[in-house]
Every structure is written in structure tokens, then in C-alpha cells.
Design a protein around this ligand. Sequence first.
Ligand SMILES: *Cc1c(COP(=O)(O)O)cnc(C)c1O
Length: 441
Amino acid sequence: MQWERSEQLYKEACQWIPGGVNSPVRSARAVGMTPIFVKQASGCKIIDEDGNSYIDYVCSWGPLIAGHAHPKVVEAIKTAANRGTSYGIPTRVENEMARKVVEMVPSIELLRMVNSGTEATMSAIRLARGYTGRNRIIKFNGCYHGHWDCLLVQSGSGLATFGIPGCPGVPDAIVQHTHSLPYNDLAEVDKAMAAFGGEVAAIIVEPVAGNMGVVPPSEGYLEGLRRLCDEHGAVLIFDEVITGFRLSAGGAQALYGVVPDMTCLGKIIGGGLPVGAYGGKREIMEHMAPVGKVYQAGTLSGNPLAMSAGLATLDLLSDPGVYAELEEKAAYLAEGLTKAAAKAGVATTLNRVGSMGCGFFTGTRVRDFDSAMKADTQAYSVFFQEMLKRGVYLAPSQFEAFFISTAHERRHLDATIAAAEEAFVRVKQHYQTAGEKKTLT
Ligand SMILES: *Cc1c(COP(=O)(O)O)cnc(C)c1O
């Protein structure tokens, strides 16, 4: 496989764009490569500028649950574009989107559309602070809530990949009210709330963590957060930017049966166009301007193209059986990958919830950020490169999820498992030739 054109384009990109990428996670630095440049995509396949074709497990980092360029989504965007791309005046499609979300996610009574997941969490925290009149917020190590200052503490995603614990440019004064605690450790939250619960505006959590690889909540964890928020009058915010409409029609909250006060959405709700949303209880949401005094606005918010693409995607997800099918495919893939690793004698831990998952190169259980960070990134690099050569595109970082779309068919999964069987053997060989002391089995 040749990547001549991609390499050339990357060199060009570096002249004008920092690190050649418009989002750090797209860089392939962490896996010892330069990024491929995509020319086009369809279904579960992407084709790069050199003409190489890959089965895609990044799916634009989650949004493309219906695959690339789904005809219904493309049609919806075309129809909307023909009527004008933005007005800054209310449209019917915004009502349709709001009604659809309220129907699918019962904890949301009112919602606001924004343009990214970052905007959603930023606005949700501002609202929680305005509503409670408190400043402190609790988040969890390895959870990523976008790149807003207040939440850039011990974050996952690119910050985990590139080893950035706190971010230069974020003044201490801005994060002095942010407390980052270990994920899945209710005792720590209990302690914090006992100490200063009366000053906590919100607890924000990814109900299934998807930015340190994938880490499901341990039993009773989300329920515990719910109880502590109730006891101390804090707002419980579920950041479902990844999990919303991915794990079920009602997101992670429906899957685990825990009801947050507020929910942040993004990714799937835009069907591949830039979008975010936050919503929740009417009583809280009515503190937003123009009804209340908490201010948040957006020139392109509720953009008709994004609303149309999102609605078309949500419509596809209302088909009965979609989530059962995704679950079945993902389970099949996970089992195949686990077997392939075992056959090659490579220690892995595969975490998966529905159609999102992550194979960690570690033999120990991954239940929080610390245990995720024990995964062997060298091994992942080898695996990534070997899979790429065999036509499978994974996230260029150990600490990211793989996603399955409705466009992934059994034959694609089988091809992926076959590629993985060879790639794991290469990982094993890498250790043998590198003379690593640690045992992988
Ligand atoms: C992707 C993501 C965000 C940020 O969304 P952007 O659209 O990239 O700003 C926030 N929270 C979670 C859980 C995410 O995965």
C-alpha cells in the first residue's frame, strides 16, 4: 500500500495548518505515521487520495451511525440547501428536531441547538451555575467534554493521546472551581460532596466513557451520582455527545435507567454536519435567555442543513431492530478480535457497550483513566499500522473508541477479523524482536 499523495498533502498542510490537522486527534503522530487524506467515502468504506480503500471504524468519531453518504441523509441536505443554507430566523425543521429529541430522550423537556459538543457542555455548565448560583463543578479523569477551558482538566481524547494533563493557556483562576475525580469511584465523589457539596453546581459525566478508549460505568455508579446530586442540590449532567442515539434511541440514560437533569448531545444528532445540543428539565432550561437571564447564542445554531441531516439520521434510527442489529454486529466483531488476539498470544482487554468499543493492549481490567493509561501504546501503533496496510482504518490512538455503523456488514466484519489475526501476530513478533521484558501472555 502506497501513501505518496497523502504524504505530499500532509507536507503541504503543515505549511498552513498547525501540525497539518484541524483537530489534533486526526494526527497519526501517536501511531508513528502521517495521516491519510480522504478523498471520498460511502457506507462503511473510505477511499484515500492514493486510491486505497479502508473499512472505517472511526465513522467521523461517532456521528456516522448510518455510514458515510447515506442516500437519505444526502438527499435531506440537498433539499435543505436548495431552500437556502441559513436564515438566522426560526424554521419549522428546528421544531421537528426539538420534538423528535424530546420524544426520544424523555428526560429532555426543552433543548437548545448549538454547533458543537464543546458548545453544548460549555453552555450546560454555565446554565447549571446560573441555575444553582454555585461555582464548583465535578468531572472525571479521562472524560472529555470538548475543549472548553473549565473542563480541560485531566481530559481524555487527544489530551490523553499526547500526554497533556492540564492545558497551557487555561489560567488557574478558570479551573479553580473544577474538581476532577477518578471515574467509577463513587467513594471519592461521596467524600468530595461531603466536604463541599453545597457549593457544587454540577457533576458532569460521560455515562459510558468514550474518550479514554471505552470504559463502561460500574454497577451502581451512575445511580450513585444521581443520589449524591439529589442530596446536595447539584445538577447531574450526562455528556451523551457520543452515547446519545448510539447506545439506544434514548442514549445511555435509557440503557442504564438513570435520569439526569441535563443532557449534552452532539455527533449523531447532526448526521455528519457540525452540531451540538443541550437540554433537560423545563425548570432548569427556562433560566436561559430570552426567558431567563443565562445567556447563550449562536449565529448558525439550528442550521437548516444540520437539522435536516440530523433528522434524517434520527429517522433511520427509529427503524425497529436497528439497535439490536448494531449490538449483534458489534458483539460478533468483539468476539472475533478477542479470539484473534488470544490466538496470537497477545494480551488484550476489550471493553464494549453496544456499537462502541475499544481493545486495550493490556491484560488487566480497564475501569478508569489510570488503568486505561497502562495500555501499551507501542503495541497499538504496530496494530494500527498493520491494520491500515490491510485496509482497516482504526482511530490513530489507543485511547479512542471504534464505532460500528448500520453500513458495516458481516463480510466487512469478517475481513476485519481476518486482518486482525495477521496484525496481532505482527504485534507479538514486534515484542519478540524488540526483546521486551514484559510478557504479553
Ligand atoms: C466529541 C465530544 C465532545 C465535543 O464535541 P465537539 O463537537 O468535538 O466539540 C464532548 N463530549 C464528548 C463526550 C465527546 O465525545
